[in-house]
Design a binder for this molecule. Sequence first.
Ligand code: MN
Length: 258
Amino acid sequence: MGLDSYRAKRNFAESPEPAGKARRSPSGRKPRLFCVQKHLASHLHYDLRLEHNGVLLSWAVPKGPSLDPATRRLAMHVEDHPVEYGEFEGVIPSGYGAGIVMLWDRGTWTPEGDIDAGLEKGDLKFTLDGYKLKGSWVLVRTKGRWAGAPTDGRSWLLIKHRDHWSSGELDIAAFAPLSVKGGGDFVDILSADTPEIWTSSRPAQGGETGALFDRIVREALARRANRAPSAGGTGTGTATRARKTAAAPPGGRRAKSR
Ligand code: MN
């Protein structure tokens, strides 16, 4: 697929996402990287990416991966992403995919069989070795037999194989919701960026996702307001408490010792 489709959808003057470079050794690089990005955009979803031939093969999984072998998760095959995208976490202010991207899991993956043959056949078996996702998985193309799925060949199912890392009980998305990059949540990522961009309009309005954006933007703005008087501070607990105390009395600044 290459990166033409990826680049055509994005304006890199507006988005912090990597444009991507051509790789020196496009195939056979080992270990192969994988990542899952939790992406709050028009809808919350999880993007599974597997490195192959110098790009990241990508599937958008609306409900996220499940460790339960009895649970099949719809996975929409989307455009290849640059390998650099595997490290990306941040805020996409506008345009395609506008929202917040959290690096939710990362590690290496090993194909169980030939990758190209598996993609062609619509049956890709592989092992993941991440912080959260491990063990054997399969992506199976649905041929539109899955209720509600589009019939354009893009819909696959992500299924956990039964092994040491499967579980019928543990909801991994709820159990381990945070970033593997900085350990933060969406509020942390947005407040480290520019939450003001979404004061008036947001990537999602109304409904469940709109409510989620409302809360995250509100909390990120509040955190920046608290932090504003000394944005370059040390950030230690003591310093934070001292700043809050200093800001508390109405009218007049307190002398600060330096
Ligand atoms: Mn996405």
